[in-house]
Design a protein around this ligand. Structure first.
Ligand SMILES: [Zn+2]
Length: 149
């Protein structure tokens, strides 16, 4: 059985997913291919700018700490940790929370272009890293059944 993504909304108790049974699923490879096509078409050859925080206003230590934690999580994830479904959910939440904290830290900041280009970054990394890379762009997707109106 090839690996698949499956809807877990009903298990999470979402009222609107009460009647979602059987839970729809999609092969991981199919959805990954769709996401890759979507991403590379829109962002592959674009220029991405990132906010760079300057230290020196008293929050630099906390920023360094949050960054280090994020790097560690990223490395663990690349090493194959958090691959179980509940671990993966925890990881995403934690990773996003750290990102939010970083983005709300006030301090002098500048923007700088990110290299390499999204396409070469994408092509140069493995699947888990691609997921992390995508998270930086804040994507959201919805999957609909074939017979959706
Ligand atoms: Zn569902």
């Amino acid at each position: 059985m090839p690996p698949r993504y499956v809807c877990t909304a009903r298990n999470k108790g979402w009222p609107s997913a009460r009647n979602c049974r059987p839970a729809p699923l999609i092969r991981v490879r199919m959805l990954d291919e769709c996401v890759e096509e979507w991403f590379l078409q829109r962002f592959g050859d674009g220029m991405i700018f990132e906010t760079v925080y300057d230290p020196g206003n008293g929050v630099d230590e906390r920023i360094a700490e949050v960054r280090a934690t994020r790097e560690r999580l990223r490395a663990d994830r690349e090493a194959g940790l958090y691959d179980a479904a509940d671990d993966a959910a925890w990881f995403r939440e934690r990773y996003a929370a750290l990102g939010r904290e970083l983005s709300t830290r006030s301090g002098p900041s500048t923007t700088a272009p990110v290299t390499p280009s999204p396409r070469s970054a994408w092509e140069g990394c493995r699947r888990n890293s691609r997921i992390l890379y995508l998270l930086r762009f804040g994507p959201a997707y919805a999957a609909f059944p074939h017979d959706w109106p």
